[in-house]
Design a protein around this ligand. Structure first.
Ligand SMILES: [Zn+2]
Length: 506
């Protein structure tokens, strides 16, 4: 699961209260709706142990861990009877081109009215877009939030250093957040963008974010030649030297028609980075349908995780990603085996294991932009992510509810398996943090169905605990009962959505 949109604690309290009501409904009754052999905890544990083992190095894209992960998933899916998808560049694999950048260091020198303005070392952090960047005499402009109330860039920043506020603009609705605003200023021609740090995020965290490796799709526009953060105190001192008052500038910037303020400041920058271009891979395979009608079901889940995540010197440096998302891949392997073995479904069923979900759903976005399966053919996409959270008997929640026919089929299938439903819609708080979002943005109905997003107390305990830490290791303590039940549910959902008599296809 991706970390891009942190959840507010207040949401959790409301959700926990609401889910507590749902959880008091009638207990599940065992029912066997299909002839498929039930998926067991041991089935899932066997895959998770391997995928989350240290030999896989935390499954970071572009590492040996990726090669091992691909070999394992392809091997298991081949055993299940899946086939290569015509149109994938290499059978089974869809290459996804990336650029990885890591800042090595940089310098900034400010001249105010022609005089050197000294800056504390730890009051600015920089990263360069290219391996080596050197800029001299860049004129500075304070742009406030960098946008006006219509969401357009608010000042002429071409060839300039744009100094921008971090926090969300206090005017307008649904305006872009700082990352997007920073990119917009870069697209508008800014030579450098410095974001003034906010009290809401610790300076250490901002410094770390600049120093750590960043990955982007090679097809995505790069940022400004130089970007970084300026501490609030340093910004105020710079404004003061330039004859301005920081508080007054911020107040003026709160106006929806603020157009920026040119400063008598010129900046010199140098920045060194390592820049690496490489390809990672989505894995895509298909179970050919018995009576294909041009519609298809797509199962997906991300194979990647964070790789080496703890600093040198720590005893355990590997973020193994057992729950996130070896658990989901384990489910997709077992679902493929059940569907491959039992009566062959009418429609084609695709299985997609995506890369770089943890970097912002990048593999899924690439697939959505370069689909090897026509997106219009996909009648439903079922994403499986972070699924080993809850015990057996947990109600079924669905991220992406709202289309009555889909909701009714999910309800029917789940009920037939003896599952109860949690339909309060609060699972949707996670909708942007999972791969289905990238497909949903292209009009594909994308659902994430299961117990993990139903019991918010359990989910919160994971998110505030082992999530995205080296502690997300495989262990016997991980609850797999709910995941096993959810795997059975996905087998049944795959059969239902691929049944031409039962599901019209749109
Ligand atoms: Zn994650």
């Amino acid at each position: 699961m991706s970390c891009r949109a942190p959840m507010k604690a207040s949401f959790f309290r409301a959700a926990v209260a609401a889910v507590a009501l749902v959880a008091t409904s009638a207990p599940a009754q065992a029912a066997s709706a299909t002839a498929d052999a039930p998926v067991t905890e041991a089935d899932l544990a066997a895959h998770m142990k391997i995928l989350a083992g240290d030999a896989f190095e935390g499954r970071a894209p572009g590492t040996d861990g990726e090669d091992r992960t691909i070999a394992y998933i392809v091997g298991e899916w081949a055993k299940a009877g899946l086939e290569a998808v015509p149109g994938s560049a290499t059978p089974w694999l869809q290459p996804v081109p990336f650029i990885e950048t890591q800042a090595l260091g940089g310098t900034a020198t400010f001249n105010v009215n022609g005089r050197n303005f000294p800056l504390d070392d730890d009051s600015i952090v920089l990263t360069g877009r290219d391996a080596s960047v050197s800029l001299a005499g860049v004129p500075a402009v304070f742009v406030g939030y960098g946008i006006d109330s219509t969401g357009q860039v608010n000042a002429d920043v071409r060839g300039k250093l744009a100094i921008m506020l971090f926090d969300n603009a206090p005017f307008g609705d649904r305006l872009p957040r700082y990352r997007e605003r920073r990119q917009m200023l870069a697209d508008a021609g800014a030579s450098a963008v410095l974001v003034i740090a906010t009290d809401a995020v610790p300076w250490d965290a901002l410094r770390e974010s600049v120093g750590s490796k960043s990955m982007r799709l090679a097809s995505v526009k790069a940022g400004a030649p130089v970007s970084g953060f300026l501490s609030g105190n340093a910004a105020d001192a710079l404004f003061k030297a330039a004859g301005q008052d920081g508080a007054a500038l911020r107040e003026a910037a709160a106006s929806a028609d603020y157009r920026g303020m040119a400063l008598p400041v010129a900046a010199d920058f140098t920045a060194e980075s390592t820049v690496r271009a490489f390809a990672s891979h989505n894995i895509i395979a298909k179970l050919p349908g018995a009576k294909p009608d041009g519609k298809a079901v797509l199962f997906l889940g991300h194979w990647d995780h964070l790789g080496l995540c703890a600093p040198e010197g720590e005893a355990d440096r590997i973020c193994n990603g057992a729950v996130d998302n070896a658990s989901g891949i384990a489910v997709l392997i077992e679902v493929a085996k059940r569907l491959g073995k039992g009566p062959r479904p009418d429609r084609d069923i695709y299985f997609l294991a995506t890369t770089a979900e943890e970097k912002g759903l990048l593999g899924a976005r690439w697939f959505a932009d370069h689909p090897v399966v026509p997106l219009g053919d996909i009648t439903v996409a079922l994403n499986v992510d972070t699924i080993a959270i809850s015990p057996r008997g947990t109600p079924v929640a669905t991220i992406g509810r709202g289309k009555p026919a889909y909701d009714a089929l999910v309800r029917e299938v789940a009920t037939r398996l003896g599952r109860t439903l949690d339909e309060d819609g609060e699972a949707d708080a996670f909708i942007q943090r999972q791969d289905g979002w990238a497909l949903g943005a292209k009009g594909v109905t994308s659902l994430m169905v299961g117990g993990s997003f139903s019991d918010m107390k359990l989910l919160e305990a994971f998110l505030s605990g082992d999530y995205h830490r080296a502690a997300d290791n495989f262990s016997d303590k991980i609850p797999l009962g709910g995941a096993a039940e959810d795997a059975d549910l996905h087998v049944a959902l795959g059969r239902a959505f691929a049944d031409t008599k039962r599901w019209p296809g749109k």
